[in-house]
Design a protein around this ligand. Structure first.
Ligand code: FMN
Length: 192
């Protein structure tokens, strides 16, 4: 049995194009969300929102992505349209993780967005732990008020990520990625 530290060191994303059926079960999803709401969070604001998007929802969100593209770029080419259309339905399951911050005297918005990011990471990591592949993406639709509105989010909300989840397909690379040397980012501050 590996430790959590070892599993985090070995964590890596799987490109959505390598994610196939089956996706997680409802019971697995429920376990993952139970872990997601256990992230550190200041002020009991609970600003996270998790939208589960499958099948019909993915088809509908594809249309929303295309409408959004065409609203911004009416002359968008077929390739660009196809790419947007494909975006939400590349894997069996899509989870939209959003932050819905509210004004609070002690908890600035950045902290509320950070905790939603933590929840997104926990969701992705739990799926890895369960043996699924997952990848966290954003892209233009994450910052579109039209997309937010279609998902029932306010313009002041933030989509922190679209997490694609599925079974790693046979073509998914198994090579362990090279990671940066942590020493480059770590120093000791002594105040001297
Ligand atoms: C907030 C956020 C947004 C991201 N958006 C994208 C994206 O739109 N497209 C993409 O290819 N990767 C995106 N990534 C990076 C991937 O999730 C992934 O971390 C990266 O491909 C490196 O792979 P690894 O997780 O195995 O190190 C994003 C990561 C974060 C944290």
């Amino acid at each position: 049995m590996t430790t959590l530290v070892e599993r985090l060191q070995a964590r890596q994303s799987t490109s959505a194009k390598h994610l196939t059926a089956p996706g997680p079960t409802d019971d697995e999803l429920a376990e993952v969300f139970r872990a997601a709401v256990a992230v550190p969070e200041h002020g009991a604001i609970r600003p996270w929102r998790f939208l589960v998007v499958r099948e019909r929802g993915q088809q509908r969100l594809s249309e929303v992505f295309v409408d959004d593209l065409l609203a911004e770029e009416p002359d968008a080419g077929e390739a660009e349209i196809a790419k947007r259309r494909d975006g939400p339905r590349r894997a069996p399951l899509l989870i939209v993780v959003a932050a819905s911050p509210r004004a609070h005297p002690k908890v600035p918005e950045v902290e509320q967005v950070v905790t939603a990011g933590l929840a997104a990471f926990v969701i992705q990591s739990c799926f890895h732990d369960m043996g699924y592949g997952a990848v966290w993406v954003t892209g233009h639709p994450a910052y579109s008020d039209r997309v937010k509105a279609a998902l029932g989010l306010a313009p002041t909300d933030h989509i922190v990520g679209f997490i694609h989840v599925g079974t790693r397909g046979p073509e998914a690379p198994n090579r362990r990625k090279t990671r940066p040397e942590p020493d480059a980012f770590v120093s000791e501050w002594t105040g001297a």
